[in-house]
Design a protein around this ligand. Structure first.
Ligand code: FES
Length: 410
């Protein structure tokens, strides 16, 4: 059989090959700075970058919102529900800390792009203290973003989202509400937001504004909107657990409340403290919500180790020697039994990369060489093989004796 043009094609291929060889021979060893694929990859995954704090506002009597503008003029693409990770040096400590993005993705595409985080300080705590007391307008912070998979995914999630939030766990939903209110996302969002007292509501004004703007857009009040034209909705129901003055919903976010405000076949998204998570999980089970319809944000370990199921109470307050191996370097530091290994390292200015601080992402994966650790069962995301080979996540492991550990070099 004769294939027409076959020999011509073969000739063409060799011309290409020769041209490519020549290009390789004369090419610079450095990557082409104008390579559009490279530029796109850098834009999507720029790694660490610097942000300047340009605005600090109160989000409640105990919360502040920090607006951050990128020094390079570019914010990586992200989705509501993802987080930003800060690389901080506070006194002699070196640490990383993640915060959910409270600003909407569209705000990162404005001519003067920015992101926002909202931090609550209801008790004195290391990193919130730093942000409240030392970070000012003009401070430059190093951070990387975006991380996390706690976001709305149309191929997987229902168009009816019920957000179950507690305390500062509202921030990913503030971002989502703002995105919907700007007409960028066609999703019906109902937020059941639990607070102790109405004074504890975080980002209350932003939520109310988003509710109003989304309603106006759907009713045709937006610049290009018309009624029923495919815009989403935002509804916020505040639930107070201890507020005699409150005349709205009271108590906890119960099964009855969830049922009352849920549209059929909703996807439930949870962000809040552990006790609320346990409560809500039980309620959703009783409502026969299938597992695929329930998603939760990464949960950080409880600040009190004794709140972790199985944590041995007699270890509280004990201090052990932790030998830390990084490459050929070895250091010995003190480590409290009731604080995660990552915190002991940070206190001793030994840098360890942490993102979720809930045991799930694996950024702080380290190896136990000697000694005993208590591994928190909350959010333990280690692979089976890692467990067998004594790998642990430093954000969720507590020393129970003098230990020797090997951590990644940063
Ligand atoms: S920081 Fe994510 S597992 Fe430790």
């Amino acid at each position: 059989m004769i294939v027409k043009g076959f020999l011509k094609d073969v000739g063409g291929a060799s011309r290409v090959t020769n041209a490519r060889r020549e290009t390789y021979a004369t090419a610079s060893p450095l990557p082409d700075p104008k390579d559009p694929i490279r530029a796109l990859a850098d834009a999507l995954h720029p790694g660490k970058q610097e942000f300047k704090v340009t605005k600090i506002t109160d989000a409640s009597p105990t919360s502040k919102t920090f607006r951050l503008e990128p020094l390079n003029g570019h914010v990586p693409v992200f989705q509501s529900g993802q987080y930003i990770n800060f690389y901080l040096e506070i006194g002699t400590s070196k640490l990383t800390r993640a915060y959910s993005l409270a600003s909407a993705p569209f705000e990162a595409r404005l001519p003067q792009p920015f992101v926002e985080i909202t931090i609550r300080r209801n008790v004195s705590y290391f990193v919130p203290d730093y942000f409240f007391d030392q970070v000012k307008e003009g401070t430059v912070l190093t951070a990387a973003m975006p991380f996390g998979n706690f976001y709305y995914e149309p191929l997987r999630d229902s168009k009816n989202i019920v957000a179950l939030a507690g305390g500062s766990g509202i921030t990913p939903f503030v971002s989502l509400a703002k995105e919907i209110a700007a007409g960028k996302l066609d999703v019906n969002l109902t937020i059941l937001y639990g607070s102790v007292n109405h004074k504890d509501i975080v980002c209350g004004e932003q939520l109310a504004e988003a509710e109003k703007a989304a309603a106006s857009l759907a009713a045709g009040g937006g610049s290009s909107a018309s009624a029923g034209s495919g815009y989403g909705s935002v509804r916020v129901i505040h639930v107070m657990s201890d507020d005699p003055e409150w005349d709205g919903e009271k108590g906890f976010v119960t099964k009855e409340l969830i049922e009352k405000y849920s549209a059929p076949d909703s996807t439930y998204m949870f962000c809040g403290p552990w006790p609320m998570y346990n409560f809500v999980t039980k309620a959703l089970k009783e409502l026969n919500v299938p597992a695929r319809r329930f998603r939760h944000d990464v949960m950080q370990q409880p600040s009190k180790a004794t709140n972790i199921p199985g944590f041995p109470e007699d270890q509280v307050g004990k201090v052990y020697k932790l030998t830390v191996v990084r490459g050929i370097q070895e250091d010995v530091v003190d480590a409290r039994a009731d604080e995660p290994v990552a915190v002991a390292l940070e206190r001793s200015a030994i840098a360890i990369d942490t993102h979720c601080r809930g045991g799930e992402c694996g950024f702080c994966r380290s190896k136990l060489l000697a000694g005993d650790l208590f591994i928190s069962p909350l959010g333990d995301g280690r692979r089976a093989e890692d467990k067998e080979q004594d790998y642990f996540h430093a954000c969720s492991a507590y020393p129970m004796s003098d230990c020797k550990v090997k951590i990644p070099i940063m």
